[in-house]
Design a protein around this ligand. Structure first.
Ligand code: PDD
Length: 281
């Protein structure tokens, strides 16, 4: 099989030839940020929202944006092939520093990398997944999409070890988000998701769902969800760019609702698929 083309610091080259220095601060410190942008039928989904979030992440870690939105669009579009559903991964690190030092190098020449990856079918997952709740052991900058993901990795792996698809994270008895997803719950008939803060990533899928719910007059609020409320929810969903809207049908070993994707999920998933189709053709 031929090696897919990737972007690295201004060049398009086969993945098998892409190389970075072991002195890159992404490798040594996890000093960088990233984005994951879905593309359907060759069209980047919610591109400007993803690029705006990237700029926010870069600003938070005090890195200048290496490209304008127009340049990013050109780079990312160049990497797309004719796979119907794929995602673009892009990463910007603080580049190479000759001396390993926590403080920033001077000058900074960021390392910029991007690649396209097919999105596998999520149909099986859409029948419903199991999740567990875990203590949110992450830092206070969860609104930054940082490549430093060790806590998220350990939490997701603990979920997988317990035969679950995701860990739903809880801090001070309040739900934050999943290890790599946002959380929605249907509470007394109202679709509820925790408000944006430094405890969660402002999910782009989350925003699309909020917009679709408001446009279609589904009862929806951005409000705190306690662990107790989560346990009484009639529906729980996990949302992300690669998994879309996943119904959770088991939480901590107990059945959620009637153990199958619920009616609010059916409505929202229909609206979401329709919206995707509309903006991707
Ligand atoms: N992660 N919260 C966290 C911690 C995430 O890592 C993600 C997505 C989300 C959902 O955001 P969005 O809807 O914009 O994809 C929320 C991506 C998919 C990843 O790390 O692979």
């Amino acid at each position: 099989m031929s090696s897919p083309t990737v972007y690295l610091n201004g060049d398009y080259l086969p993945l098998s030839e892409a190389r970075i220095s072991v002195l890159d601060r992404g490798f040594l410190f996890g000093d960088g940020v990233y984005e994951v942008i879905p593309a359907y039928n060759g069209k980047l989904f919610q591109l400007s929202a993803h690029l705006q979030r990237l700029d926010n992440s870069l600003e938070n870690i005090r890195l200048h944006p290496p490209h304008t939105h127009r340049q990013w669009q050109e780079i990312l579009t160049t990497l797309l092939d004719d796979t119907p559903a794929q995602y673009l991964y892009l990463q910007v690190t603080r580049g190479i520093a000759e001396k390993r030092d926590h403080a920033f190098p001077q000058p900074v020449r960021p390392t910029v990398f991007a690649m396209a990856t097919p999105i596998g079918s999520t149909l099986e997952l859409q029948r419903g997944v199991k999740a567990i709740t875990l203590d949110d052991s992450r830092w206070r900058l969860c609104h930054v999409k940082a490549i430093t993901l060790l806590a998220n990795i350990l939490l997701r792996q603990q979920a997988v070890d317990e035969d679950c698809a995701e860990a739903i994270l809880v801090i001070d008895d309040q739900v934050t988000e999943g290890a790599a997803s946002n959380v929605f719950a249907v509470l007394d008939g109202t679709l509820t998701t925790p408000p944006n803060s430094n405890r969660i990533l402002p999910g782009i899928t989350r925003d699309v769902i909020l917009q679709l719910a408001r446009e279609n007059r589904l009862p929806v609020v951005e409000a705190a969800i306690s662990l107790k409320q989560l346990r009484t929810a009639s529906e729980i969903w996990l949302t992300s760019s690669t998994r879309e809207i996943l119904p959770v049908v088991h939480l901590d070993g107990s059945v959620v609702g009637n153990g199958a994707p619920g009616p609010v999920w059916q409505s929202m998933n229909g609206l979401f698929q329709e919206y995707k189709q509309r903006v991707s053709t």
